[in-house]
Ligand binder design. Structure first.
Ligand SMILES: *[C@@H]1O[C@H](CO)[C@@H](O)[C@H](O)[C@H]1NC(C)=O
Ligand SMILES: *[C@@H]1O[C@H](CO)[C@@H](O)[C@H](O)[C@H]1NC(C)=O
Length: 335
């Protein structure tokens, strides 16, 4: 029988490499070295994560807790009536009626397997009574608006996201998937439903993953986060808030995790921080052949056959969405 060192030696000799044992030993030494460095690195990166998160002080949790706010408009039985496979959850400002209308006529249009809902807060102070009346009218007509009584603002999007997670966990516990998606996004609902087919997953979240996010300390940045609010110098992996898909079980788990995570005004990073508490890693979605990111968060010019191979594209105003959808819905199958 040939032993491994002998095998190596004869192999190397056969390959024209003349020195023998020493080379084999050297190789073995290097393999051992690489392995131990790997183990060490793993240890260090693991120990950076706080093992036992501590709950927030009550007054801090109160700000993000959905229990602090009450529903002005709600659709509590939509999932009992319909049993969708996936719920599109769209955070949108109260005044953006045109964006809602475009979504209802395009990717958010009624289908057997999907349901589309819009989440709003309170209109701005000055326009409150008029726009509230219009919103109620729109809600009566479409039965797809959910409103809570916090001020609707960019800074409060984290509150809105936690409201959406809590809403899903409470009212649609039996759906398979949800997608949080902004109102200016083009969603290729045909490809999305094909990709999600098969047996539903658990603990799954996918989108455009940002691995190396860092807090902006520049006070003038739209994404400014103070050191006081977030002392760490990097963010855990998170999915871009433009659009991400998750298994519905995560809604209740993320809601639970928010008891341990201080509110920061970056809603997608905030969800990433909750995922870290849960030990859930977001997954990148790429095409098999070219490894292209299927969640395009940069703005893209509409092109039927390019869009046919993507899940989302960013930067669509209502008329652009209506216009490109008309072409896409009819023509995409010929790509
Ligand atoms: C979800 O499913 C469970 C068990 O099948 C059922 O008892 C419950 O009523 C369902 N909930 C909703 C909101 O459909
Ligand atoms: C967020 O909402 C709360 C509750 O309505 C409000 O007190 C606060 O001013 C809002 N913050 C911003 C920045 O709009």
């Amino acid at each position: 029988m040939t032993s491994y060192p002998q095998l190596w030696t004869s192999l190397l000799t056969a390959m024209g490499i003349t020195s023998s044992w020493r080379l084999v030993k050297l190789l073995g030494f290097f393999i051992a070295l690489v392995l131990s460095v790997q183990i060490l690195v793993d240890r260090v990166t693991q120990s950076k994560h706080p093992a036992e998160p501590s709950p927030l002080p009550a007054e801090e949790y109160r700000v993000i807790s959905p229990e602090t706010y009450r529903y002005l408009l709600n659709q509590p039985s939509v999932c009992k009536d319909k049993k969708p496979f996936l719920v599109f959850m769209v955070p949108v400002a109260p005044l953006e009626a045109a964006a809602r209308e475009a979504i209802r006529k395009t990717w958010g249009a009624p289908r057997q397997d999907t349901l589309t809902l819009f989440y709003v807060g309170l209109p701005e102070e000055g326009q409150r009574s008029r726009s509230q009346k219009e919103l109620e009218e729109e809600s009566r007509k479409h039965a797809d608006i959910i409103q809570m009584n916090f001020q609707d603002s960019y800074q409060n999007l984290t509150i809105k996201t936690m409201m959406m997670m809590n809403w899903l966990a409470t009212h649609c516990p039996n759906v398979s998937y949800a997608m949080k998606v902004d109102a200016d996004i083009f969603v290729n609902v045909f490809y999305l439903m094909r990709r999600l087919g098969g047996s539903p997953r658990q603990g799954f979240i996918t989108g455009s993953v940002i691995w190396d996010g860092k807090p902006r300390r520049d006070i003038n940045s739209k994404w400014h986060v103070s050191e006081e609010l977030y002392p760490e110098d990097s963010f855990p992996p998170y999915v871009s808030g433009a659009g991400y898909v998750f298994s519905a079980d995560l809604a209740a788990r993320i809601s639970w995790a928010s008891r341990f995570v201080r509110m920061i005004p970056l809603e997608d990073v905030y969800v990433g921080l909750c995922l870290r508490v849960l030990g859930v890693r977001p997954v990148y979605s790429r095409s098999l052949l070219f490894l292209r990111n299927l969640f395009q968060i940069q703005n893209l010019e509409y092109d039927r056959c390019t869009f046919n191979k993507l899940l989302i594209a960013n930067g669509f105003n209502p008329s652009q969405l209506l216009h490109s959808w008309q072409d896409f819905s009819q023509g995409h199958s010929s790509c």
